[in-house]
Design a protein around this ligand. Structure first.
Ligand SMILES: Cc1cc2nc3c(=O)[nH]c(=O)nc-3n(C[C@H](O)[C@H](O)[C@H](O)COP(=O)(O)OP(=O)(O)OC[C@H]3O[C@@H](n4cnc5c(N)ncnc54)[C@H](O)[C@@H]3O)c2cc1C
Length: 484
């Protein structure tokens, strides 16, 4: 008996998730990816100077990323995620930012949402009044709840924090460092509900929601098993192959073929696009655009940049610049520093690879690389004066100008659902972190979109769509406090 067929466009996390889910249900999938490897924006590259495989940027996941963890489990790579049970924050305690304290966010045995309270109470970087304000706003967010937060979509998070009487100092020392990396926007631009979700679901609701996962292998390695899953179901992965256009019937309501490099055309019962929104927008035919309301407003989505800075130090006397595994820098233009490796070489010289991240880098992304390296170095030296003794022997700046969509109030109306409406392109399913997932542009959002699109495509093919991956269940104490 011939298998049902699907084409998946784009081999980022959304495309991989969709293809794996379809293949696991017995669909013969053709996955088309323009690059030489899978992974899209969450991937790695070979540094031309050193030949080392580096991630384009540190990618962080949280314990609440249940769909992504499900995908890693399906790919057999869940053991490649190293879970951080402490999150370090560096905060300046004087005005010229010369003195810094390092605080540790850690859970104790109390049930969520109280599991982090003791460590937050002990934060030396926060003043007593700031801690009280923080607790008040956290409680307000819990009370607003999951359903209530949608009502705050039209407000920026900065405005919400202001309404909650949060001092500016606390925004810089806590709210922004936690949320800017998660949503990839400034607190002045991001919608309040997107930020609330990070604290409700990514911190407070469950004992393990906040745990930070980091891949212990280059990101690109995580996706290697996908091809096996796809080929086992009679499918194929076409790397280094670009989608050039859609073929449709005259009214644009059905994809009849997909044009790829070399004038070739692929055919399948369903077409699942997991391309970035600007790519989809370029490839659409006028008939498709006219037929499908999901495709009408793609041109209104805008982007937000992220800068990743790889710094390689040699440290005399075996003393690394930073011995912490990672740190969030508060009140700093450099947001996070990750300790990627430490090796002791000849003569007791320690080689250290630090990786800095600047999210929502609107103001810095057009700066030249040497200026960005100098800024990162200056910020690292402020917090870790040992950097003065170390020699920076190599640095690489990766500017991702189109890192994610820019999350602004009103963005929800621009993010289309995965499935066509009654008058849409009937066999076209959409995935990608920018589609309507209820999540910001993250690996979890991308994976969710792929799973949602695959489930809808399976139903179209007359196959069981499977159960959605459940979210972490909020603790009884959280539900009680939140009045849910
Ligand atoms: C610098 C940076 C740091 C980030 N940090 C984090 C983080 O810490 N945590 C987190 O959760 N998320 C993070 N993200 C976001 C995360 O990487 C994305 O949300 C996610 O990877 C998006 O996956 P996607 O599949 O939706 O899109 P993409 O990864 O963009 O996949 C789309 C794919 O389509 C391919 N493609 C494009 N055009 C064509 C064509 N014509 N034909 C065929 N293929 C095509 C592309 O090559 C790509 O592989 C970060 C992103 C960046 C850029």
């Amino acid at each position: 008996m011939s298998r049902p067929t699907a084409i998946v466009l784009g081999g980022g996390l959304a495309g991989i998730a969709a293809a794996v889910r379809l293949a696991s249900a017995g669909v013969a999938v053709t996955l088309v990816e323009t690059r030489q490897r899978l992974g899209g924006r969450a991937t790695s590259f070979v540094d031309p100077t050193t030949g080392q495989v580096l991630d384009n940027c540190q990618h962080v996941l949280l314990g609440c990323c249940t769909n992504l963890l499900d995908l890693y489990a399906r790919l057999g790579v869940a053991q490649c995620i190293a879970w951080q049970k402490s999150i370090y924050f560096a905060t300046p305690v004087d005005e010229p930012r010369t003195q810094w304290v390092i605080d540790t966010l850690q859970a104790d045995d109390l049930p969520a949402p109280l599991h982090l309270s003791a460590s937050l109470l002990a934060f030396q970087g926060l003043k007593p009044g700031e801690k009280i304000a923080l607790a008040r706003a956290m409680l307000a967010m819990m009370r607003i709840g999951r359903t209530g937060r949608a009502g705050y979509h039209g407000l920026t998070f900065a405005r919400f924090l202001d309404d909650q009487g949060q001092p500016r100092s606390l925004v810089e020392k806590f709210w922004a460092p936690v949320v800017v990396g998660a949503v990839n926007e400034t607190v002045e631009r991001m919608p309040a509900d997107y930020a609330m979700q990070v604290f409700q679901e990514g911190m407070l609701a469950h004992q393990e929601a906040w745990l930070m996962g980091l891949a212990s292998v280059p990101l690109v390695k995580l996706y290697d098993p996908a091809e096996k899953v796809i080929t086992a179901a009679g499918g194929q992965v076409l790397l280094s192959t670009s989608v050039q256009g859609f073929s449709t019937g005259a009214d644009g309501t059905r994809v009849t073929g997909l044009q790829i490099d070399g004038g070739r055309e692929l055919h399948a019962e369903v077409c699942l696009s997991a391309l970035p929104f600007d790519r989809v927008d370029k490839l659409l035919t006028p008939a498709m655009r006219a037929a499908d309301a999901r495709l009408a407003r793609l041109g209104e989505l805008t982007v937000s940049p992220i800068i990743g800075i790889h710094l390689f130090f040699s440290c005399p006397e075996g003393r690394p610049v930073m011995s912490l595994p990672h740190v969030a820098l508060t009140c700093s233009p450099l947001h996070w520093v990750f300790n990627k490796s430490m090796e002791t070489g000849d003569g007791g010289v320690t080689m250290q690879h630090l990786h800095g991240v600047i999210s929502a880098a609107h103001d810095l992304v057009n700066q030249p690389a040497p200026a960005i390296i100098a800024l990162a170095l200056a910020e690292i030296t402020r917090v870790f004066p040992r950097a003065t003794a170390a020699k920076l022997h190599h640095a690489r700046v990766i500017k991702e100008k189109r890192a994610t969509f820019s999350a602004r109030p009103g963005i929800a109306a621009l993010r289309p659902p995965q499935s066509p409406g009654p008058n849409g392109v009937r066999n076209l399913y959409l995935a990608g972190d920018w589609t309507a997932t209820g999540w910001p542009a993250t690996m979890e959002g991308a994976t969710r979109s792929g799973y949602l699109a695959a489930a809808a495509a399976l139903a179209h093919l007359g196959l069981p769509p499977g159960d959605p991956v459940p979210d972490l269940l909020a603790s009884a104490a959280y539900r009680l406090i939140a009045g849910q």
